[in-house]
Design a protein around this ligand. Structure first.
Ligand SMILES: Nc1nc2c(ncn2[C@@H]2O[C@H](COP(=O)(O)OP(=O)(O)OP(=O)(O)O)[C@@H](O)[C@H]2O)c(=O)[nH]1
Ligand SMILES: [Mg+2]
Length: 357
């Protein structure tokens, strides 16, 4: 046996690492330990002072599933709460490729020119698998990522939309405490994620394209109803005429919808995110919506409703996972399913039995 082989045999037998591995592991261990020693008051202080690194770190902690991190995250959020709730939260939705990221790049840059710091978050449960849109966003928000007044955080990963939504809501609070007065949240308008985003923002913007029917764009009527303003993007080049025609068409269609609570009528605008055209008018619309919503008391009321929604949602989620994670339930559920399959029980009797366990 050569020296190398005998060393390998020894390390395998006794579980001893090779010298290089030992060295690397000890460095990793030191780093790990350093990572573990989280000074929560210092991190909170740095976050409140607006340090981007501290904000990133804090968001990583709220995204962590580790129990000890969850505990720290809870502390962090509690210390940030008095400074939160201060921003304008804007949701941006639309089918893939409509230009959400390009729009955020244009609008984000416009906002920073007005001396506003901007935080950009994303809700895209699918990206946890493909990471596709994160990569896309980095390249499509070229200018914005370099802008020191902007904080960009790609979508949190998570198996469920509920998990991603919770993390995003907590990230909003942290961004607010770190001094970001405007938060833009991008979400893909094809699943349930826009409903989740709608219930965490003050203003919901739907981006659309001219020339494609609603079915083609995969936008359901419900999402149209949620929108506080519709913007037809890519109104440039040969597309301008079609965009203007679509604007008229949507204006007409929106007449059929009922007014929003404080008498707000959703507007229909056009823009070219790519050419930075139409952005100031969109900003004016958003500003005037927020002013009216605040004046009428709707702004506060909506935020309370949203908080109520998330409280109930969290209870639902917790109860469900508590129930399904129980070994007895898991076993009994399988048994009941078999009984159901062979016609020996009914869905209601089975449910009653399981819930009574
Ligand atoms: N002509 C034109 N192209 C645009 C405009 N806005 C976006 N695009 C292009 O449309 C493509 C998709 O843009 P994105 O901003 O990535 O779209 P998205 O909605 O964020 O896409 P997902 O994140 O994949 O859902 C890119 O090639 C953009 O350059 C616009 O105003 N005019
Ligand atoms: Mg995008």
């Amino acid at each position: 046996m050569s020296r190398k082989e005998s060393h390998k045999a020894l390390t395998e037998k006794e579980g001893v690492d090779s010298p290089e591995i030992t060295h690397a592991t000890s460095i990793a261990k030191i780093k790990e330990r350093r990572k573990e020693a989280i000074d929560v008051p210092a991190l909170t202080k740095a976050l409140l002072e607006g340090h981007i690194a501290a904000l990133s770190r804090a968001i990583t902690l709220i995204e962590s599933t580790q129990k000890k991190h969850r505990k720290i995250a809870k502390q962090l959020i509690e210390s940030c709460l008095p400074y939160a709730n201060t921003s304008i939260r804007i949701g941006i939705t639309g089918v893939p490729g409509v230009g959400k990221s390009t729009f955020i790049e244009a609008y984000g840059n416009y906002l920073t020119q007005q001396q506003n710091k901007v935080a950009v978050l994303a809700v895209d449960p699918s990206s946890s698998v493909s990471k596709g849109s994160i990569l896309g966003d980095k390249t499509r928000m070229e200018e914005l990522v370099k802008n020191p007044m902007v904080f960009i955080r790609p979508s949190a990963s998570g198996e469920s939309l509920g998990g991603v939504a919770r993390k995003t809501r907590e990230a909003i609070l942290l961004c607010e405490a770190a001094g970001y007065p405007i938060i833009l949240i991008e979400t893909v308008g094809v699943g349930q994620s826009e409903t989740a985003v709608h219930s965490m923002v003050d203003f919901f913007l739907l981006l659309k394209l001219a020339g494609a029917g609603d079915e083609l764009q995969g936008i359901k009527r419900g999402i149209m109803e949620m929108a506080d303003t519709i913007v037809i993007n890519k109104a440039d080049g040969e597309n301008i005429k079609a965009a203007k025609a679509a604007q008229l068409e949507f204006k007409r269609a929106l007449h059929l919808y009922r007014e929003k609570e404080f008498g707000w009528k959703p507007k229909v605008l056009v823009c070219s995110a790519l050419n930075n055209e139409g952005i100031p008018a969109i900003h004016e619309t958003i500003t005037s919506y927020i002013a009216q919503a605040k004046e009428s008391g709707y702004f506060e009321k909506k935020r309370f409703e949203q908080n109520k929604h998330w409280l109930m949602q969290t209870i639902d989620d917790r109860l469900k996972s508590k129930f399904y994670n129980r070994k007895t339930v898991q076993r009994a559920l399988q048994e009941q399913l078999k009984l159901l399959e062979t016609g020996k029980t009914t869905p209601f009797a089975a449910a009653e039995y399981l819930l009574g366990l």
